[in-house]
Design a protein around this ligand. Structure first.
Ligand code: UDP
Length: 311
């Protein structure tokens, strides 16, 4: 760690900007590639700029980076359901063509590459909690298929470059993550509920709110990802917080933290919305000595305090 040159695709987004911050603080040089369709250069302005280069580009077309590259973190993609429903073609292109281009760059530079995959590769899971050896239950032609299949293709392409070209690759399957620098209008449940609570509006619960998710605070996620990047394991690894909550429980906790009585407005459940989701993190614990440290209330308090400055 330190003194490496790291390319982050999607580095101006939520996770990419946290990764950039951590790497810069370790003494690495960071090159961010982003087209800003869901990322924002403002996410990087608070960082020391000397070792940071920001290039506006669409990696689905072509990637050019001058000089040496030691590590590529491939994080470019819309990641919120409302974003990838509005940007279905871009989502498919960045997961397929963008991943291919990033792997080509890794091969040309002799760099290691880690891709951001997702718990969505498990779809609406029929195995619970989800372990890495579960192949998933995805509807390829449903509205979420554009994200799920792009990420599944991305994993397959990454393994092909690993096996056929000998590129050193890593795959992280990221479960629901939250924290500062998510967009207010992102549409994912944590920013949606927090911004609604701060505006004293009803919280929009989709369906009956009995569906579950397991929420990981961003600093824990970044720690797990950077440990995985250092490891010698090329198979997929789940990184997420295994504490599972219903969406209704999340609404109750956020209301309580906001000092409000629970006030929800039920809306239709989106098509193919997974009924349950919880990572089995046995592999990450054994391989990386990693487990999350920040529990939900503490993480939500930090996130609310950040959101209260921008709402
Ligand atoms: N959800 C909700 N209200 C919202 C946004 C999301 O009830 O305003 C629900 C959504 O239906 C899902 C869960 O919260 O069951 C998590 O949704 P999110 O969009 O954060 O991510 P997902 O895990 O579905 O990718």
């Amino acid at each position: 760690m330190g003194n490496r040159r790291v390319v982050i695709t999607g580095g101006a987004g939520f996770l990419g900007s946290h990764l950039a911050e951590d790497l810069l603080s370790r003494g690495d040089e960071v090159v961010v590639l982003d087209n800003f369709i869901t990322g924002n250069p403002d996410n990087l302005t608070h960082l020391p700029q000397d070792d940071l280069t920001l290039i506006r580009t669409d990696i689905s077309n072509y990637i050019n980076v001058d000089g040496d590259v030691d590590l590529i973190l491939h994080f470019a993609s819309p990641a919120s359901p409302i974003d990838y429903l509005q940007l279905p073609i871009q989502t498919l292109k960045v997961g397929s063509l963008g991943t291919h281009n990033a792997l080509g760059l890794a091969k040309a530079k002799g760099a290691r590459m880690l891709i951001a995959s997702t718990s969505e590769v498990y779809g609406d899971p029929q195995v619970h909690p989800q372990k890495e050896d579960y192949w998933g239950h995805v509807n390829p032609v449903g509205p979420r298929g554009v994200y799920d299949e792009a990420k599944r293709f991305s994993e397959a392409m990454t393994m092909a470059y690993n096996r056929y070209h000998g590129v050193e690759t890593r795959i992280v399957r990221i479960f629901n993550t939250y924290g500062p620098r998510m967009r207010l209008e992102d549409g994912r449940v944590v920013p949606a509920f927090i911004s609604q609570a701060l505006r004293k509006e009803p919280l929009t619960v989709f369906g009956d709110g009995k569906q579950t998710r397991s929420f990981c605070f961003v600093t824990d996620l970044v720690d797990g990802i950077l440990r995985l990047a250092e490891s010698d394991y090329s198979g997929p690894v789940n990184i997420g917080n295994p504490n599972e909550f219903t969406v209704m429980e999340l609404a109750e906790i956020i209301s309580e933290l906001g000092g409000l009585d629970l006030n929800v407005e039920h809306k239709d459940l989106p098509e193919d919305d997974p009924k349950v989701r919880q990572p089995d993190i046995t592999l990450a614990k054994e391989l990386l000595g990693w487990e999350p440290k920040v529990q939900l209330r503490e993480g939500l308090e930090k996130t609310m305090s950040w959101f209260s400055k921008v709402v």
